[in-house]
Design a binder for this molecule. Structure first.
Ligand code: SF4
Length: 430
C-alpha cells in the first residue's frame, strides 16, 4: 500500500514538472513515506531522519514526511522533527505539489485531513511503462479494529472505490500491455460491503472478462470475510491466481479473542479446507504475531500446531510490539521480549522446513511462469512467478520477458524454484 502511494505521489510530481531520481545527491526534495505498523519501522524512520537532517543542511534540500507516521503524529511531528518542511497523511498525498511549493516559499505545510477522504482514489500511479504487472487500489482503511493494529487510526475507516473507475483503470492497463493486476486494500474482501455497487466476487468476475489481463491477485484478506462466493471464484475464474494471503495471527482462541480478530482457529481452518476443496494446490501464505500479551506456552503451541496442520507456503511472522492508541497496548500479561524472540525463532524454523518441503514437491513438475525480469542471481537467467506466486529462476532469452512460458522445475529451495524452459518443435510451449 505504501509503495503504491509512493507511485501515486511520483505521478503527481512528474505531472507537476519534476523529475524522479533515485540518488539523494542532486535531489532538491526528499520525501520519506512512512509506516508505523511495527515499532521497528518507526525506529528506523527516526534514525533515517537523523541522517537526512545532516544532508538537508549540507545540500539545502526540502525534506518532507508522508504516510502513517505523519498521520499518527499529526502536528506533533514538528516537535520531534522541527527541521522538516512539510508533512502529509495518507489521505492528503494528492496535495504533494502544493506542499512543496509552500515549503519552497519557506512556509511549513501540514495536512492530516479527514481519513474518510477518498480523493487519493482519483490519483493514478505513475504510468507503468514497460511493466507487466501493477497494483490497483480498490479500497482503503479498515473497520475491524484488531486490538494490536494502528491501521484504522492512521488510514481511517473503510472506503471503497467505485467499480466503474477500477474497471476503466484496468482496461487502460491491459491496453498498455500489462498482464497482471494485484487488487490492493487493507481489507480487500470487504470491498463494497453494504454498498450498492459490485461486491468483491462480482468485481473479480468483471476483471476476469478484460482482454489482455492474464492474471489477477488480491491482497490483503481478512478470514472472516472469506465468503462462500469468494471461495467459489477460485477454480471458476481462470485468471484468478491460485494464491491467497490470509493472515491468521495466532492459533490460540484465547489470543485471537484478545486480538479481537472475530474468528476462532477452528473457523480459520474450516475456511481454508473449503478453499482447498475448491482449488486444490492453492498456495496459502499468512501473517502471524508471537509474544502477544497473554500468549502462554500452551497458546504458542496452538500456533505451532496450526502452522503444521495448514502447511503454509510461507509466513510473515513478527514479535508483538505495542502501538500507540491501540487497545492491546494497555493489556496486562506482557510476554518478555526474549521469550517472544525465542518463539519467533521456533516458528520461523518450523515454517522454513515446511516451505522447503513444499517447494521440493515441485521438482519434476511443469509450471506456468509469467516472466518478469532478468534474475538477480545471474545476468543469463530470467525471473518470473508461478500462478501460486513462487519465484522461478531459469535460463532464457530477454525477449521472453512479459510472456507466459512453461518451465520444468528442477530444484526447490527455501525462497525460490530453479527451472528449465520447456521447448517443443517450433518454439516454447505456453
Ligand atoms: S483487519 Fe488488518 S488492517 Fe484491519 S485492524 Fe485488523 S490487522 Fe489492522
Amino acid at each position: 500500500m505504501n509503495e503504491h502511494d509512493m507511485e501515486k505521489m511520483a505521478s503527481i510530481l512528474v505531472d507537476g514538472g519534476n523529475e524522479r531520481i533515485t540518488a539523494i545527491d542532486g535531489a532538491d526534495v526528499v520525501i520519506v513515506n512512512t509506516c508505523c505498523v511495527r515499532e521497528k519501522a518507526e525506529q528506523k524512520f527516526y534514525s533515517l531522519m537523523g541522517r537526512l537532517r545532516i544532508i538537508k543542511k549540507r545540500q539545502g534540500l526540502l525534506l518532507g514526511v508522508t504516510g502513517c507516521i505523519a498521520q499518527m503524529e499529526k502536528e506533533q511531528i514538528m516537535d520531534r522533527l522541527p527541521f522538516i518542511d512539510f508533512s502529509l497523511g495518507p489521505s492528503s498525498i494528492h496535495r504533494i505539489n502544493e506542499a512543496i511549493s509552500s515549503a519552497a516559499a519557506k512556509k511549513t505545510f501540514l495536512d492530516f485531513s479527514d481519513n474518510g477522504c477518498t480523493t487519493p482514489f482519483l490519483v493514478k500511479p505513475l504510468d507503468p511503462k514497460g511493466s507487466i504487472k501493477t497494483f490497483v487500489t480498490i479500497m482503503k482503511g479498515c473497520n475491524n479494529f484488531c486490538s494490536y493494529c494502528i491501521v484504522p487510526y492512521v488510514r481511517g475507516r473503510e472506503a471503497s472505490r467505485e467499480s466503474r473507475d477500477i474497471l476503466e483503470e484496468i482496461q487502460g492497463l491491459a491496453q498498455k500491455g500489462l498482464k497482471e493486476v494485484t487488487l490492493l486494500g487493507q481489507n480487500v474482501n470487504s470491498y463494497n460491503k453494504g454498498k450498492d455497487d459490485l461486491p468483491f466476487p462480482a468485481l473479480l468476475e468483471a476483471i476476469n472478462r478484460i482482454d489482455g489481463i492474464e492474471r489477477i491477485r488480491f491482497v490483503t484478506s481478512h478470514p472472516k470475510d472469506l465468503s462462500p462466493d469468494l471461495i467459489d471464484c477460485f477454480g471458476r475464474l481462470e485468471k484468478l491466481c491460485e494464491h491467497i494471503h490470509l493472515p491468521f495471527q495466532s492459533g490460540s482462541d484465547k489470543v485471537l479473542r484478545l486480538m479481537n480478530r472475530g474468528y476462532t482457529a477452528g473457523e480459520y481452518v474450516d475456511r481454508l479446507n473449503r478453499l482447498r476443496e475448491r482449488s486444490p494446490g492453492i498456495a496459502i501464505t499468512a501473517d502471524c504475531i508471537v509474544g502477544f500479551p497473554g500468549e502462554d506456552e500452551k497458546a504458542f503451541e496452538d500456533t505451532m500446531e496450526l502452522v503444521e496442520k495448514i502447511g503454509f507456503d510461507g509466513i510473515f511472522s513478527f514479535v508483538y510490539s505495542p502501538r500507540k492508541y491501540t487497545a492491546a497496548s494497555t493489556l496486562p500479561d506482557e510476554v518478555p521480549r526474549d521469550i517472544g524472540f525465542n518463539r519467533l525463532a521456533r516458528l520461523q524454523g518450523l515454517q522454513k522446513s515446511i516451505t522447503i518441503r513444499k517447494n521440493r514437491a515441485f521438482e519434476g513438475k511443469q509450471v506456468e511462469v509469467l516472466v518478469e525480469n532478468v534474475s538477480k542471481n545471474s545476468e543469463e537467467d530470467l525471473m518470473g512467478r508461478t500462478r501460486t506466486n513462487k519465484i522461478v529462476n531459469f535460463r532464457g532469452d530477454r525477449d521472453m520477458i512479459g510472456t507466459l512460458v512453461r518451465v520444468g522445475i528442477v530444484k526447490g529451495y527455501a525462497n525460490s524454484l530453479k527451472g528449465e524452459k520447456l521447448e517443443i518443435e517450433g518454439g516454447i510451449i505456453c
